[in-house]
Structure formats: C-alpha cells, structure tokens
Design a binder for this molecule. Structure first.
Ligand SMILES: Nc1ncnc2c1ncn2[C@@H]1O[C@H](COP(=O)(O)OP(=O)(O)OP(=O)(O)O)[C@@H](O)[C@H]1O
Length: 229
C-alpha cells in the first residue's frame, strides 16, 4: 500500500498562479525518491500540501490512504507528527544541546524520559553524532548541524520523511554524505521524499526522480533509466 498518493492534484494560489497542475504519483512504504525541477516549478508547494501548510485546489492528497482534505484544523498537528521534516537551514534551537534538539519530537509526544534517552542515543549513534550530544548547535560544523536536523526528523520513526533542498548550504562532499544518510533510512521503514534542484546529486543517488516543469509532472524516472551526464 502506498504511504502517499497524489491524485490529479492542482494548486492555484490566491492571485491566480497555478503552482501545480494535475499531478499524480504514489510513494510506496520504504521507498526513496526525489522531486526536481527549475526554481518555481512547484517543488515546495508539493511538500507544503503533504504537510497541510497548503490545501489542493483540485484533486486529492492521500496519506496512509486517508484523504487529507478530511483533516480539519484541529487534526493538523496530529497529521504532522506522522511526518519527519528536514529543512535547508535545519532550524535547530540554538540555546539547546544536540541531545535536547533531537529529543524534542519525543518530548512533544509525552514519551517517558528513559525511553527518550534511549532513542536519542541510538539515533545519534547511527548518525555519527554520539560524541557531540552535549554540544550546542553553534559549536558544530554545517554538516553536523544538518545531521542533527535529520536525527530530529527521524527520531520518532515517521512513516514519511520530507526534505526541501536539504543540502542547499553544504559543499558537494557533505551533500553526498547527507544524501547517503537519507538513502539509508528506507531500510528502517521510513519513506523519503527529497526536493532538490541539484541534478548532478540527484542522478548520482540512483533513485526514482519526479520532474516538475511549471507545475506539471513532466517525468517520473525509474532508477535504472537514469543516465549520467
Ligand atoms: N503563497 C504563495 N502565493 C502565491 N504564489 C505562490 C505562493 N507560493 C508559491 N507561489 C508561486 O508558485 C510557484 C511554485 O512555487 P514553489 O515554491 O512551489 O516552487 P519551487 O519549485 O519550490 O521553487 P524553488 O526551487 O525556487 O524553491 C512559483 O511561481 C511561486 O512564485
């Protein structure tokens, strides 16, 4: 069963600009894929519809077979707890330690402290951050900060991880490293959807690629059909 499905989704913003036009695709549980396209193609809009930051003008977005149109304002926070989100500029709390930042989604869920500590330690270990758990974000390198952002996004084991230009501020070496971390997540059952305009990096990852062009889904490329430049 797909974890996410777009069924002929269109989004026209107030003012009349159509950011997405009749977009359809499905994401399986444990699948990783990219959405790419020029600036303004509609990548961020697509991710906003999944997070219920925006609503479709036409068509339906289904998450775990549930039509998100049926989620009322009171249910939005609950819906978002099923998602992990990684931002370009990580949005860490700068006055809290690495461990506290990563613990936040679990604290918000009311989890017991012992369980929180166990999970935080385990994910920090996996992402190579164990030695930095007491550090403040400002004491970390850009790549480490982004890894903390990823740890925080996946610590609650979301069904779907979404990331909007997660390597935008990083050099090519670090970008490849961060993408490698994303690629390791589906093994843990999390589906991963990454928006990126970095075509070289996207092709290098050899995953399925959705190509948006002026809001239309121009292509849906299987990994085996990708060609190197
Ligand atoms: N809130 C809004 N109101 C009106 N128009 C918007 C709004 N948000 C986005 N748009 C327009 O919709 C189109 C798609 O924007 P979107 O941010 O989804 O593109 P994108 O592919 O993520 O671009 P980028 O790579 O530059 O971030 C753009 O033309 C943008 O100007």
């Amino acid at each position: 069963m797909p974890v996410l499905r777009f069924d002929t989704v269109s989004k026209t913003y107030p003012g009349g600009h159509t950011a997405l036009a009749e977009v359809s695709f499905a994401v399986d549980a444990g699948e990783m894929l990219f959405v790419t396209g020029h600036s303004g193609a509609g990548k961020s809009t697509l991710l906003k519809l999944i997070q219920l930051v925006e609503r479709p003008s036409r068509g339906a977005v289904l998450f775990d077979d549930r039509n998100l149109l049926k989620v009322r304002s009171g249910g939005i926070a609950g819906h978002r707890r099923q998602l992990g989100v990684v931002y370009q500029n990580h949005q860490l709390l700068m006055d809290r330690s690495v461990a506290d930042n990563v613990a936040l989604p679990l604290v918000l869920r009311g989890m017991k402290r012992v369980e929180i500590n166990k999970r935080v330690r385990s994910i920090l270990d996996k992402l190579g951050l164990a030695a930095r758990e007491r550090a403040l974000p400002s004491q970390l390198s850009a790549g480490e900060q982004q890894r903390v952002g990823i740890a925080r996004a996946v610590v609650a084991e979301p069904a779907l991880l979404i990331a909007d230009e997660p390597t935008g501020n990083l050099d090519p070496g670090l970008s490849a490293e961060i993408m490698g971390l994303f690629a390791s997540l589906p093994e843990r059952g999390t589906s991963v959807l990454v928006a990126s305009h970095d075509l070289r990096l996207v092709k290098h990852m050899r995953k399925r690629v959705l190509v948006l062009d002026k809001g239309r889904l121009q292509d849906d490329i299987a990994p085996e059909d990708l060609v190197d430049e």
